[in-house]
Design a protein around this ligand. Sequence first.
Ligand code: FRU
Length: 471
Amino acid sequence: LIEQRSWTPQYHFYKPNHWINDPNGLFFLNGTYHLFFQLNPDDVVWGNMHWGHATSDDLINWQHQPIALYAEPEGLGYIFSGGAIVDKNNTSGFAKNGETPIVATFTQQSKDETQVQSIAYSLDEGKSFTVYDQNPVIPNPGLKDFRDPKVTWYEKGQFWIKTVVAGQCIHIYKSNDLKTWHKLSEFGHKIGAHGGVWECPDLFPLICSDTDTERWVLIISINPGGPNGGSATQYFIGDFDGEKFVSQDEQIRWLDYGTDCYAGITWDNTPNIKHSRTYIAWMSNWQYANNTPDNTWRGAMTLLRTMYLKKAEQSYYLLTPSAVKLPQDTVRLQYCLSKEQPISVPEAYSLECDISLTQGNIALVWKNDCNEQFRLEIDADTQSVTADRTKAGFTDKGFDSVIKMPLSKHECTNLQLEIFVDECSIELFFNNGAHCITALVFPKQAFSQLHIDQSSKKESLENLKITKYTK
Ligand code: FRU
């Protein structure tokens, strides 16, 4: 008999005994990363949304903090997703004694499901928030889906801009004081993926260090309509002229091809924010989020990722490698590879290796003693990656999908892989985050063996290193 596992993550953020979804209100101040998130304080399924709060100084260990924003069932309702900014110049006027206000922007959804945009402020570095007494700051313009406000400072024009999703496009607003908002424009009609509703936008400038050029990045979650089913995250790169955002081209770009990287946004006020942003996402998918077997808690976050802008021939794209390295004082194992011998692997670790394939395929297959497996295959002939969890344990509600991702011929011959394995998740970063796949897995037993299957005789997987995670 196999004991029921709890799949409790060792180095990913989750909240014991609770349901969580989207990251919210991310800001960095005085050495501390603040993570707020969609929280149901009473259950392990979605509902009764509050903003939970946690803080970290090292990106791995999180301290749980008291609830930041409470649902108002008889008032404006549930507290849905949104962002927060550090109002260094007190443009909001909320500070009366020289404090630096943190202003949180979020959606409130009332009993009749009307969604409006509201704000709250903190004068004690996010410890406590006061809900603005003149909410909402943006009323509902007659739309069913109108939510997830995210604010960025527009340096050139010296004003704030806010993006809000409206069905399958975004509305862009401007403000001088974060209280009064004027609509500037819309973006998303006839461009991008439209298999579902758009959610959780994030629009911000980023400088490409290689070319010293500034571009604007727009992250948009979409549900359903992801490349491998259900929820996923697309992004656009383009320009913002103080009024409109225009995409550089019409290509659809996915931030992560996996099934479990959703509703992610970036931190405000992090060091070096002009050249890189720090991102985190909810590691689940609305297709099955309420039904996964982690039923003593539900919902974890991805690792933090760093976002850089890169230039290809004509257009720009994003690199999103992990911002987290597992502590280096832990065991670092180097392997001599042999085809016959599987490698025994710990429960939580990161793995690096280099792959060079000109033809055929190579697979990394994780196995346990329950006949379960998770198979990652890189195929130079079809120029693709598949991540197969159809035999990896839990398979309900579309969880038995095979994840597919295209790769170029050149990338197959020169692939550097970084993989983070935790109790119920695998995050794959290819070539410094040029491509990513995040997938949940719920095997009955941890995968303790790793097999390397190679179709060609030529050695094509090298430099395998494993860093075991220990608390
Ligand atoms: C995205 C989302 C948001 C909404 C929140 C509600 O996962 O649907 O659009 O604000 O979750 O919890």
